[in-house]
Design a protein around this ligand. Structure first.
Ligand code: ATP
Length: 197
Protein backbone atom coordinates (compact mmCIF):
# COMPACT_ATOMS: atom_id res chain seq x y z
CA UNK A 1 0.00 0.00 0.00
CA UNK A 2 1.26 3.45 -0.96
CA UNK A 3 0.45 6.38 1.32
CA UNK A 4 1.14 9.95 0.21
CA UNK A 5 2.01 12.54 2.83
CA UNK A 6 2.12 16.26 2.25
CA UNK A 7 1.66 19.60 3.96
CA UNK A 8 2.51 23.23 3.48
CA UNK A 9 6.02 24.53 3.99
CA UNK A 10 6.97 24.19 7.67
CA UNK A 11 3.95 22.03 8.50
CA UNK A 12 6.28 19.31 9.76
CA UNK A 13 5.86 16.53 7.19
CA UNK A 14 9.54 15.52 7.26
CA UNK A 15 9.50 15.45 11.07
CA UNK A 16 6.44 13.18 10.96
CA UNK A 17 7.99 10.91 8.32
CA UNK A 18 10.96 10.40 10.66
CA UNK A 19 8.52 9.07 13.27
CA UNK A 20 7.04 6.62 10.72
CA UNK A 21 10.60 5.53 9.90
CA UNK A 22 11.20 4.62 13.53
CA UNK A 23 8.23 2.24 13.14
CA UNK A 24 10.03 0.53 10.24
CA UNK A 25 8.05 2.22 7.47
CA UNK A 26 10.19 3.19 4.45
CA UNK A 27 9.76 6.79 3.26
CA UNK A 28 10.39 8.06 -0.26
CA UNK A 29 11.35 11.75 -0.04
CA UNK A 30 10.17 12.97 -3.46
CA UNK A 31 11.68 16.45 -3.22
CA UNK A 32 15.13 15.11 -2.36
CA UNK A 33 14.88 12.52 -5.13
CA UNK A 34 13.74 15.21 -7.61
CA UNK A 35 16.99 17.12 -7.00
CA UNK A 36 19.05 13.96 -7.41
CA UNK A 37 17.46 12.77 -10.65
CA UNK A 38 18.01 16.18 -12.26
CA UNK A 39 21.65 15.10 -12.51
CA UNK A 40 21.40 11.32 -12.93
CA UNK A 41 18.24 10.44 -14.89
CA UNK A 42 19.33 10.38 -18.54
CA UNK A 43 15.80 10.75 -19.96
CA UNK A 44 15.14 13.76 -17.73
CA UNK A 45 18.50 15.38 -18.51
CA UNK A 46 17.84 15.05 -22.24
CA UNK A 47 14.36 16.53 -21.81
CA UNK A 48 15.72 19.50 -19.84
CA UNK A 49 18.47 20.15 -22.41
CA UNK A 50 16.03 19.87 -25.33
CA UNK A 51 13.58 22.23 -23.64
CA UNK A 52 15.81 24.78 -21.93
CA UNK A 53 19.08 24.50 -23.87
CA UNK A 54 22.42 22.69 -23.48
CA UNK A 55 23.50 25.40 -21.04
CA UNK A 56 21.02 23.95 -18.51
CA UNK A 57 23.96 21.80 -17.39
CA UNK A 58 27.45 22.86 -16.38
CA UNK A 59 30.59 21.31 -17.95
CA UNK A 60 30.99 19.08 -14.86
CA UNK A 61 27.46 17.67 -15.32
CA UNK A 62 25.94 19.69 -12.48
CA UNK A 63 22.63 21.48 -12.95
CA UNK A 64 22.89 25.14 -13.96
CA UNK A 65 20.40 26.28 -11.33
CA UNK A 66 20.85 29.92 -12.21
CA UNK A 67 19.98 29.36 -15.88
CA UNK A 68 16.87 27.28 -15.05
CA UNK A 69 15.75 29.69 -12.33
CA UNK A 70 16.06 32.65 -14.72
CA UNK A 71 13.75 30.91 -17.18
CA UNK A 72 11.07 29.57 -14.82
CA UNK A 73 11.03 32.34 -12.20
CA UNK A 74 7.67 34.11 -12.43
CA UNK A 75 6.91 32.38 -15.74
CA UNK A 76 4.04 29.93 -15.24
CA UNK A 77 4.27 28.43 -18.75
CA UNK A 78 7.99 27.62 -18.44
CA UNK A 79 7.54 26.30 -14.90
CA UNK A 80 4.80 24.02 -16.20
CA UNK A 81 7.19 22.68 -18.87
CA UNK A 82 9.80 21.94 -16.19
CA UNK A 83 7.25 20.21 -13.97
CA UNK A 84 6.00 18.13 -16.89
CA UNK A 85 9.53 16.80 -17.25
CA UNK A 86 10.34 16.35 -13.56
CA UNK A 87 7.10 14.86 -12.23
CA UNK A 88 7.02 11.77 -14.52
CA UNK A 89 10.71 11.21 -13.71
CA UNK A 90 9.90 11.26 -9.97
CA UNK A 91 7.04 8.79 -10.58
CA UNK A 92 9.51 6.48 -12.36
CA UNK A 93 12.00 6.81 -9.49
CA UNK A 94 9.26 6.00 -6.97
CA UNK A 95 8.21 2.86 -8.85
CA UNK A 96 11.83 1.72 -9.04
CA UNK A 97 12.32 2.44 -5.32
CA UNK A 98 9.19 0.40 -4.44
CA UNK A 99 10.30 -2.48 -6.68
CA UNK A 100 13.75 -2.52 -5.06
CA UNK A 101 12.62 -2.57 -1.42
CA UNK A 102 14.57 -5.32 0.29
CA UNK A 103 12.12 -6.19 3.05
CA UNK A 104 8.41 -6.88 3.02
CA UNK A 105 6.55 -3.94 4.57
CA UNK A 106 2.84 -3.32 5.17
CA UNK A 107 2.96 0.07 3.47
CA UNK A 108 5.30 2.83 2.30
CA UNK A 109 5.11 6.60 2.50
CA UNK A 110 5.72 9.06 -0.31
CA UNK A 111 6.52 12.49 1.07
CA UNK A 112 6.09 15.36 -1.39
CA UNK A 113 5.49 19.07 -0.87
CA UNK A 114 3.42 19.25 -4.07
CA UNK A 115 1.65 15.88 -3.78
CA UNK A 116 -1.74 17.38 -4.64
CA UNK A 117 -0.48 20.08 -7.02
CA UNK A 118 1.48 17.53 -9.10
CA UNK A 119 -1.39 15.03 -9.25
CA UNK A 120 0.81 12.31 -7.76
CA UNK A 121 -1.69 11.79 -4.93
CA UNK A 122 -3.83 9.92 -7.47
CA UNK A 123 -1.19 7.20 -7.61
CA UNK A 124 -1.31 6.65 -3.84
CA UNK A 125 -3.90 4.47 -2.11
CA UNK A 126 -4.44 7.00 0.67
CA UNK A 127 -3.14 10.51 1.36
CA UNK A 128 -2.27 12.33 4.58
CA UNK A 129 -2.24 16.10 4.95
CA UNK A 130 -0.19 17.68 7.75
CA UNK A 131 -1.63 20.96 8.96
CA UNK A 132 -0.32 23.59 11.35
CA UNK A 133 -1.29 27.18 12.22
CA UNK A 134 0.22 29.79 9.88
CA UNK A 135 2.16 31.55 12.64
CA UNK A 136 3.82 28.30 13.70
CA UNK A 137 4.74 27.39 10.12
CA UNK A 138 6.27 30.81 9.55
CA UNK A 139 8.17 30.68 12.81
CA UNK A 140 9.58 27.21 12.13
CA UNK A 141 10.80 28.00 8.60
CA UNK A 142 12.29 31.38 9.58
CA UNK A 143 14.32 29.58 12.27
CA UNK A 144 15.21 26.54 10.15
CA UNK A 145 16.18 28.31 6.91
CA UNK A 146 17.31 31.71 8.31
CA UNK A 147 14.88 33.54 6.00
CA UNK A 148 12.36 36.37 6.40
CA UNK A 149 8.60 35.99 6.87
CA UNK A 150 8.11 37.58 3.43
CA UNK A 151 10.33 34.96 1.78
CA UNK A 152 8.39 32.15 3.45
CA UNK A 153 5.06 33.71 2.44
CA UNK A 154 6.25 33.97 -1.18
CA UNK A 155 6.96 30.22 -1.11
CA UNK A 156 3.58 29.53 0.53
CA UNK A 157 1.80 31.47 -2.21
CA UNK A 158 3.00 28.91 -4.76
CA UNK A 159 1.24 26.07 -2.91
CA UNK A 160 -2.46 25.23 -2.61
CA UNK A 161 -4.05 26.42 0.65
CA UNK A 162 -4.85 23.96 3.44
CA UNK A 163 -8.57 24.52 2.73
CA UNK A 164 -8.06 23.32 -0.86
CA UNK A 165 -5.89 20.37 0.20
CA UNK A 166 -8.18 19.19 3.01
CA UNK A 167 -10.79 18.32 0.37
CA UNK A 168 -8.35 15.93 -1.32
CA UNK A 169 -6.87 14.34 1.82
CA UNK A 170 -8.03 11.09 3.43
CA UNK A 171 -6.38 11.78 6.82
CA UNK A 172 -5.15 14.84 8.69
CA UNK A 173 -2.33 15.21 11.19
CA UNK A 174 -2.49 18.39 13.26
CA UNK A 175 1.04 19.49 14.04
CA UNK A 176 0.04 22.41 16.23
CA UNK A 177 2.32 21.46 19.12
CA UNK A 178 -0.63 20.80 21.42
CA UNK A 179 -1.92 17.54 19.88
CA UNK A 180 0.63 14.74 20.39
CA UNK A 181 2.36 13.89 17.10
CA UNK A 182 3.44 10.44 18.23
CA UNK A 183 -0.11 9.57 19.25
CA UNK A 184 -1.49 10.69 15.88
CA UNK A 185 1.17 8.79 13.95
CA UNK A 186 0.55 5.62 15.97
CA UNK A 187 -3.20 5.83 15.36
CA UNK A 188 -2.69 6.09 11.59
CA UNK A 189 -0.03 3.37 11.63
CA UNK A 190 -2.44 0.94 13.29
CA UNK A 191 -5.19 1.95 10.91
CA UNK A 192 -2.95 1.26 7.89
CA UNK A 193 -1.87 -2.10 9.32
CA UNK A 194 -5.54 -3.09 9.49
CA UNK A 195 -6.54 -1.95 6.00
CA UNK A 196 -7.16 -5.04 3.89
CA UNK A 197 -6.68 -5.11 0.13
P1 ATP B 1 9.33 21.91 4.15
O1 ATP B 1 8.16 21.77 3.26
O2 ATP B 1 9.82 23.30 4.22
O3 ATP B 1 10.44 20.92 3.86
P2 ATP B 1 8.29 20.32 6.36
O4 ATP B 1 6.80 20.32 6.26
O5 ATP B 1 8.99 19.09 5.92
O6 ATP B 1 8.86 21.61 5.66
P3 ATP B 1 9.82 20.08 8.79
O7 ATP B 1 11.13 20.31 8.14
O8 ATP B 1 9.48 18.71 9.27
O9 ATP B 1 8.63 20.63 7.87
O10 ATP B 1 9.61 21.08 10.02
C1 ATP B 1 9.96 22.45 9.90
C2 ATP B 1 10.76 22.86 11.15
O11 ATP B 1 9.87 22.85 12.26
C3 ATP B 1 11.89 21.90 11.46
O12 ATP B 1 13.00 22.63 11.95
C4 ATP B 1 11.30 21.00 12.57
O13 ATP B 1 12.28 20.53 13.45
C5 ATP B 1 10.33 21.96 13.27
N1 ATP B 1 9.14 21.27 13.79
C6 ATP B 1 8.23 20.56 13.09
N2 ATP B 1 7.27 20.08 13.90
C7 ATP B 1 7.57 20.47 15.14
C8 ATP B 1 6.96 20.27 16.43
N3 ATP B 1 5.82 19.58 16.58
N4 ATP B 1 7.56 20.83 17.50
C9 ATP B 1 8.69 21.54 17.36
N5 ATP B 1 9.33 21.77 16.18
C10 ATP B 1 8.78 21.25 15.08
Amino acid sequence: MKIGITGGIGSGKTTICRIFETLGIPVFYADTVAKQIMVDDEILIKGVKDTFGQESYLPDGGLNNKHIANIVFNNEAELLKLNQLVHPAVFRAFDTWVANLKTEVPYVLKEAALLFESGSYKMCDKNILVTAPLELKLDRVIKRDQVTAEQVKARMDKQLTDEQKIKLADYLIHNDESNSLIQQVLELHHLFLNIKH
